[in-house]
Design a protein around this ligand. Structure first.
Ligand SMILES: Nc1ncnc2c1ncn2[C@@H]1O[C@H](COP(=O)(O)OP(=O)(O)OP(=O)(O)O)[C@@H](O)[C@H]1O
Ligand SMILES: [Mg+2]
Length: 336
């Protein structure tokens, strides 16, 4: 059975279509990521699925219940952690969890047992009696996740769980999320605009842009759709005429040219490189630098939307940064 199934799920706000006829199936036990830039419709999707707002049209079934006709049943079956922290900072960690559990009508014994359990899951046992106002940002996030888990939800929604956290704390939190996905029998759907987060955590990723899923699959599948490997050539002067040099060259699946950069998607970059150099020399292209790399989720996003996830056109500075990153990956790994 699937944990979530949406049917043409749509939300409009005064003429703006925030979520556009979404058809999404998420399997039970899956850790699914919705990846997209600001305003893509990620939070709106989670809000509809958790019955906080009503769809304009379409519907969804969450944990076997309709979000339109069985809102209470849906709410009992889900846990939510939203973008804005919503803990009571004047209470201790324990009190926050206990308050939540009472709202769900959990008995005293069960409450105690479960609070201990979820605190252990996010490694906050020793902070249970401290006021939440003295927690760090990362600790508050963990407590929120613990709270979302209190009533044994079948589905957990995490909206940008690591937003605003430093890289190190973010990694720690990822491991907690992975751990709880393994330990608790739960389906997790999270939103993020961090590529590495989706890459590291999610079984499957849906790339969202302007309210629609533009691509969906495992991280590997998505990267393969862009091309197996990437060879990036930096030429002296404009690269405009270079396109026809490489189009149709054996082993080259795609050519894209921006300014003085030529990106070639190829099956195997190392094998292909000598042929690419040879073709460049024959055509008299002056090559300033070469780099190779595997596509990243950033490249996938770019491929499907024509923009980077930060909303910039893939030219000039951003493209240069990307190439440097790819170059570093390759040469950094090689140099002794
Ligand atoms: N209550 C609302 N009224 C009007 N417009 C809204 C409302 N909520 C969201 N929107 C609009 O819907 C679009 C999608 O917003 P949403 O919050 O779902 O995006 P998001 O993908 O979660 O973005 P972010 O990464 O910034 O959190 C945006 O253009 C936003 O301005
Ligand atoms: Mg959001």
């Amino acid at each position: 059975m699937s944990a979530i199934e949406t049917r043409d799920l749509t939300k409009e706000f005064d003429g703006l279509t925030a979520v556009d006829r979404l058809n999404l199936t998420i399997r039970e036990g899956e850790l699914f990521g919705l990846l997209g830039p600001n305003g893509a419709g990620k939070t709106t999707t989670l809000k509809m699925l958790s019955t906080l707002i009503k769809p304009s049209s379409g519907t969804a079934v969450v944990a076997g219940h309709s979000i339109l006709e069985e809102r209470d049943k849906v709410r009992e079956s889900i846990g939510m952690v939203f973008q804005d922290i919503s803990l009571d900072t004047e209470l201790t960690g324990w009190e926050n969890l206990d308050f939540h559990a009472r709202m769900y009508g959990m008995e005293k014994e069960l409450r105690r047992e479960r609070i201990n359990e979820v605190l252990r899951l996010v490694a906050l046992e020793d902070k249970a009696d401290q006021y939440v106002k003295y927690y760090s940002g990362g600790m508050q996030r963990r407590l929120e996740i613990a709270r979302g888990l209190m009533h044994y939800p079948k589905v957990l929604f995490l909206d940008e769980p690591t937003l605003g956290l430093d890289a190190q704390t973010r990694h720690v939190l990822w491991d907690y999320i992975k751990e709880l996905a393994n330990r608790e029998n739960i389906t997790i759907i999270l939103t993020t605009h961090y590529m590495e987060e989706a890459d590291y955590l999610c079984d499957r990723i849906g790339i969202m842009d302007y309210g629609r899923i533009v691509a969906i699959g495992t991280s590997e599948e998505l990267k393969k759709q862009v091309g197996e490997d990437l060879i990036s050539l930096q030429v002296r002067g404009a690269a405009g005429a270079a396109e026809k040099v490489f189009t149709g060259l054996e082993g080259v699946a795609g050519v894209s040219v921006h300014d003085s950069t030529i990106d070639l998607s190829v099956k195997n970059a190392e094998e292909q490189l000598p042929h690419v150099i040879e073709a460049s020399q024959k055509a008299g292209l002056g090559i300033a630098s070469v780099s190779m790399g595997r596509p990243t989720l950033e490249d996938v996003f770019l491929h499907y939307t024509g923009r980077t996830i930060r909303g910039e056109e893939a030219s000039g500075k951003e493209a240069a940064k990307r190439r440097m990153r790819i170059g570093r990956q390759l040469w950094g790994g090689r140099r002794r």
